[in-house]
Design a protein around this ligand. Structure first.
Ligand SMILES: [Zn+2]
Length: 190
């Protein structure tokens, strides 16, 4: 699958805006890539910057990019949290034909301490330092900040130095997945 381009995203944004959002997002724009203050760990991802009225779409194939774009456009329309309102809105646009990730339609599980710890270690494995890994984990699990995450999980965020050192020497696992594989894994998620 080909990597999407900026002009693909511009085209889909205009199409989705008029087909599913009644052209209410015309003062927004979409940007291919990651915002400067977010660490790119190789995960295809999206980000909605309300202040700049900009949606960022990470590097991935078409299928994934369209679904992430719809997800971020729902945020842009004024719904911050992945709660019931968010899922209702995704169901609405899906019924009109919009591409939606099945996992986005299910309640997002709140992570437990083990998952937080695993995610931090995984991020270190991908080349981030501890602080960046904590920031990335906070971002992935939708915490307001790294500080909020650490306050909520004081024990889980204390990773022993030898575990960190070991993770640094392990091979990152995410890079070798193709966009199709990532899409497939995403579909399979419960
Ligand atoms: Zn979201």
């Amino acid at each position: 699958m080909d990597e999407v381009t900026q002009s693909d995203l511009d085209f889909w944004f205009r199409e989705f805006n008029s087909s599913y959002f009644d052209s209410s997002l015309s003062n927004w724009r979409v940007q291919h890539g990651y915002p400067p203050d977010i660490y790119n760990v190789g995960l295809p991802n999206g980000y909605c910057d309300r202040k700049e009225k900009t949606i960022y779409i990470g590097f991935c194939g078409e299928g994934k990019a369209k679904k992430i774009l719809i997800h971020e456009m729902v945020h842009a329309s004024g719904i911050d949290w992945h709660g019931k309102r968010f899922r209702n809105e995704l169901n609405r646009v899906k019924s009109m034909g919009a591409p939606v990730r099945p996992s986005d339609l299910k309640p997002r599980p709140v992570p437990n301490g083990d998952q937080v710890r695993e995610m931090i270690i995984e991020c270190i494995r991908d080349g981030l330092n501890l602080k960046q890994a904590e920031e990335e984990t906070a971002f992935i699990y939708k915490f307001r900040s790294r500080e909020t995450l650490m306050k909520r999980f004081p024990k889980a965020t204390q990773i022993e130095p030898d575990i960190i050192e070991m993770a640094r020497w392990e091979e990152p696992t995410m890079e070798i997945l193709s966009p199709e594989e990532i899409d497939r894994i995403d579909e399979e998620k419960p």
